[in-house]
Design a protein. Sequence first.
Length: 448
Amino acid sequence: MELVLLDTFKVVHWMNARKFTGDELAARLGVDGTALAELLSADTCTVSEDLAQLLAKALDVDTGQLAGDERRETVVIRTAAEMRATRRAVRRDGAHFYNYYTMAAPRGKVAPVILDVLCPADRLPALNNGHLEPAITVNLGPGDINGRWGEQLTDATWRRMRANRGADPWVTGDSYVEPSYCPHTYALATDEPARIISYTGESGLAPLIGESNLWPDHAFEALLAAVADGGPGAVLAATAARRGYDEAALAAAAGVPQARATELLRGRAEPDLAEARAFGRVLATDYRVLLPAPREHDEVGKTFCSVEQSRADARDFRGYRVAPLAGAGHLPDLTGLYVRVDGDAARLDLSEFGETHYLVRGGAVTLRWRRADGGVSAAELTEDDSAWVAPFVAHGWSGRGDLVKLGSGRHLSSVDFLELSNTFRPGTALRRGRRDRLGWGYDPSAVR
């Protein structure tokens, strides 16, 4: 008989969402109410496939929406040898273009990849098709590479990414961030070998795109017509229409001249802070989504950071020396730093609001971190070893060596921060929601 692992917090969540008492649900499943409450008293429970399907049917969800998972590790280490064992060759356009290697991450998580760039300098590299996830890419050296981002070669679509041959060698080279579906490819710039590290962080558009795959064509086309440019005018017009405001009514309610409101609604101008606040008040929406997003990119959407820019912004931070990788305000969840470790005391004073990936570029360093049970573990790492650290896990480094640090918006993302800032008593809501096993509240014999 097939068994299914269920997450009891998900079950209780859907019981509350569907307004099911424990007794009512037990009756529909044909089990005793006390037995159901006992089953759901643990974090996870294992049930027969038949019972899992009955439970999902009663709650009007798919069984996958109730599925359990093993508790995640706080840190995952992958040695250089283990990483090299992930090697896969990529051939394109009749040539061996890259070798790919995967850095540390829990099973099922996105991890950065390291690429040996093998396309020779005398060959124009063939483009790929891009991908949904924005990415941050770093030249690890020792040689330069040529990057290509379009069919026609221009200053924006053909650029040399240099390795650092000067001071501060722990700053390895140029870096850049790229937007969704940006075609890209790389070739060596000289006979000198080169590697890059590439991290495709999660896209905030993924849930919307996944759901839109199920929509009829006319609904998707309506989405494009309404908000495809992502500008504040499109958001303002869509929100006003949903709230039942035409241009004249919105202008009057917000105290904005109608001619100006028309300009803003039709995307001919962008609202200032006072106008965004006024519209937000009238439409009962977050005024911040009505403001223009920061744009810091070239004509194909890339944002570069040169070796010189990284070195110029090098600074001391909590006993380390750090320098920035490329970043942009319109891709706030992609982050990266060069990190120089040079000290014997590893304080557990690093704690990120998103998952963090580290690659050891050289030297010998020790990572210490807080385990799930509260104790402290340590691992000694050398060149090409990598580590994944879970969000809000205290950790620190000692020894002498160089790191590349990368992060994305898995949690907390910029969208999470926006949601938290709009939540009434967010700390209370988070604490109540964590491992919430409280029932709906109308059945004294139901799940407590």
